[in-house]
Design a protein around this ligand. Structure first.
Ligand code: PLP
Length: 486
C-alpha cells in the first residue's frame, strides 16, 4: 500500500469511536455511511410513510412441497429455448455459449469477500480487477479502463459522460453527437440521455459510413462520433482512419461501440484505429451472462487524456500490492463497488483460458461461421464479405419468417433492423456453433424460404405459445404467480 493510502487508513482507523462494523464502513468511503437499517430507525417512521395500498398484513405465498416446485421449474425450462438447447443467432446481440468452467471459477469461495472490506483485506480481488483492467486496455489499445458500468449501454452512457466532462474541462461547449443510421438504438438513446442533440449519418451504397456526409455533418458543435466497427451489417469500416481524422480535426472525439469486438480480437484494436473511448460488452466478447439487459458488465476504455475523468474508484498498483483511488477529475460513480464482480471474474477466466492464440481463434471462427452460413441460405444477402454477422432480406414479413423458423426447432435471427436492408434478418451464428449446427440453421432458413405468405402468417404451430401480443407482453408483463388465476 502507498504511503498516502497507509496514512488515510490510519486516519480512518482512529477517527470514529464506533462498533467494528461501523468502522468497516468508514474504511470504505472515507466517511461514515449509515446502514439502511440504521437510517430507518433514526429518521424514517415506516408505518406512516408507506401508503396504505402498498402495505399488507398477510403474505399470500404459494404453499407447495419441494418436488412439486422442482418439477414446475423443470417443466418451464423445457418449454423454453436457451443457448443450451441450440444456437441463438440474434445478430448484434451475440448470444454465444458461456463455457461452464467459468461458473466453477466464479463459485470459488475466495471470491466471496465483502466489498466494504478495506483494500488491504481484499488484495486478491484488487489484483484480479487490476489485471482485467490492464488486459482489456491491451486488447482495446486503450490507456485506461474502468470496469464499473453494468452493461454495454451503461458503458456508452458512461463513456459519453467522460467525453462531456473532458470537453467541459477544456472550456469546449459542444452540443451534438453524430450516430450512423445503422447504429444500435442504445447509441442514439445514450447520447440523448446525456443531453446531446443526435445527428443521424446516412450510409453509402456499400453499407458503410458516407465520408462526404460525415465531413458535412461535423462542426464546432461535434462532441463525439459513435461508431461500431465492424458495423451492424457485419462490414468493416475501411475508411476508419479518414473518419478519425475528420472528427479529430473538428475537435470531436471518436467513440467505439465494442459490441462487435468479438470479430477483431487479436487482429485489430480500436485504439490503433483512432478511437478515443470504447466500451466492451463482456457478454458478447468474452462469453459472460447478460440476462435481459443485465446484470452484465460493460467496462469502458479511454485514451490517456480522458483517464482523469473515469468513474471512481479505480485500481492501481501500490507498494507491495494494489489500492483503489479516485481519478483527479472523476465523473463519480456509475455503479456500486466495481459492478457485477462475478461477471468480471468469468470474463477474466475466459480470457486467461483462451490466451492470445485462443482469442484470435474466437474472432476467426466467428467470421468464418458468419460467412459460411450466409453462403448456405436461399435468401438475398446484400453487401459482404462479412465479419461476425450478416443481414439477409426476408422477401416477406421478417417477423413471419422468424415465427416460422420456430417450427423448425431453431431460434430466429434479429428482425427488421438495421433498416437499410428491407425486412432484415440480422444473423450472427457466433464462433461457438459447429458446422453441423450451422447446417441445421441453414436448413431451417431454407425450408421457411420455400413457404408462401399465407402459410407463414399461420406460424408457429409447433410451439407451446402461438403468436403472443408482443407489445402487451412488454408493456404489461404478468410476473406474479397471482396472474395465473386471472
Ligand atoms: C451494437 C450494439 N451496441 C450496444 C449494445 C448494448 O449493449 P448491452 O446489451 O450490453 O447494453 C448492443 C446490444 O445488443 C449492441 O448490439
Amino acid at each position: 500500500m502507498s504511503q498516502e493510502g497507509r496514512e488515510r487508513a490510519d486516519d480512518e482507523a482512529t477517527a470514529p469511536d464506533e462498533a467494528p462494523h461501523q468502522q468497516a464502513r468508514w474504511y470504505a468511503g472515507g466517511q461514515y455511511e449509515p446502514l439502511l437499517s440504521e437510517k430507518s430507525s433514526e429518521s424514517v417512521d415506516v408505518d406512516s410513510s408507506l401508503p396504505d395500498d402498498l402495505t399488507r398484513d398477510e403474505l399470500e405465498l404459494p404453499s407447495l412441497v419441494e418436488p412439486e416446485v422442482a418439477r414446475h421449474y423443470t417443466r418451464l425450462s423445457q418449454m423454453n429455448y436457451g443457448i443450451e438447447s441450440g444456437p441463438i443467432p440474434l445478430g448484434s446481440c451475440t448470444m454465444k455459449y458461456n463455457p461452464s468452467f467459468t461458473e466453477d471459477v466464479a463459485a470459488h469461495p475466495g471470491n466471496r469477500v465483502h466489498p466494504l472490506r478495506a483494500d488491504e483485506d481484499k488484495q486478491g480481488i484488487l489484483h484480479l480487477l487490476y489485471e482485467l483492467q490492464e488486459t482489456l486496455a491491451t486488447i482495446g489499445g486503450m490507456d485506461a479502463v474502468t470496469l464499473q458500468p453494468p452493461a454495454g449501454a451503461a458503458g456508452e452512457f458512461t463513456g459519453i459522460q467522460v467525453a462531456k466532462a473532458y470537453h467541459e474541462a477544456n472550456g469546449d461547449d459542444r452540443s451534438e453527437v453524430i450516430v450512423p443510421e445503422s447504429a444500435h438504438g442504445t447509441n442514439f438513446a445514450s447520447a440523448a440521455m446525456a443531453g446531446y442533440d443526435v445527428v443521424e449519418l446516412p450510409s453509402n451504397e456499400e453499407g458503410r459510413v458516407e465520408v462526404d456526409a460525415l465531413e458535412a455533418a461535423v462542426s464546432d458543435d461535434t462532441a463525439l462520433l459513435m461508431l461500431t466497427n465492424p458495423n451492424t451489417l457485419g462490414l468493416f469500416e475501411r475508411d476508419i482512419e479518414a473518419i478519425a481524422e475528420i472528427v479529430h480535426d473538428a475537435g470531436g472525439l471518436l467513440y467505439y461501440d465494442g459490441a462487435n469486438l468479438n470479430s477483431l480480437l487479436g487482429k485489430a484494436r480500436p485504439g490503433d484505429m483512432g478511437f478515443d473511448i470504447m466500451h466492451f460488452n463482456l457478454h458478447k466478447t468474452f462469453a459472460t451472462p447478460h440476462g435481459g439487459g443485465g446484470p452484465g458488465q460493460g467496462p469502458i476504455g479511454v485514451g490517456e487524456d480522458l483517464a482523469p475523468f473515469l468513474p471512481t474508484p479505480q485500481v492501481r498498483e501500490a507498494e507491495g500490492g494494489y489500492e483503489t483511488y479516485e481519478p483527479t477529475h472523476s465523473i463519480g460513480r456509475v455503479h456500486e463497488f466495481m459492478g457485477n464482480w462475478l461477471v468480471l471474474v468469468k470474463a477474466y477466466a475466459y480470457i486467461l483460458r483462451h490466451g492470445d492464440e485462443g482469442l484470435e481463434n474466437v474472432s476467426e471462427t466467428a467470421v468464418l461461421n458468419a460467412n459460411y452460413l450466409a453462403s448456405q441460405i436461399e435468401y438475398d444477402v446484400p453487401y459482404g464479405p462479412f465479419h461476425h454477422e450478416f443481414v439477409a432480406s426476408a422477401n416477406a414479413d421478417a417477423g413471419d419468417v422468424a415465427k416460422a423458423m420456430l417450427d423448425h426447432g431453431v431460434h430466429p435471427p434479429t428482425t427488421k433492423w438495421p433498416e437499410i436492408v428491407d425486412e432484415a434478418l440480422m444473423t450472427e451464428p457466433t464462433e461457438t456453433e459447429s458446422k453441423r449446427r450451422l447446417d441445421d440453421l441453414a436448413a431451417a432458413f431454407n425450408a421457411v424460404a420455400a413457404m408462401d405468405e399465407e402459410s407463414l402468417a399461420e406460424t408457429p404451430t409447433e410451439t407451446t405459445a402461438r403468436r403472443i401480443d408482443q407489445a402487451t407482453a412488454a408493456r404489461n408483463p404478468r410476473l406474479s404467480w397471482h396472474a395465473l388465476d386471472e
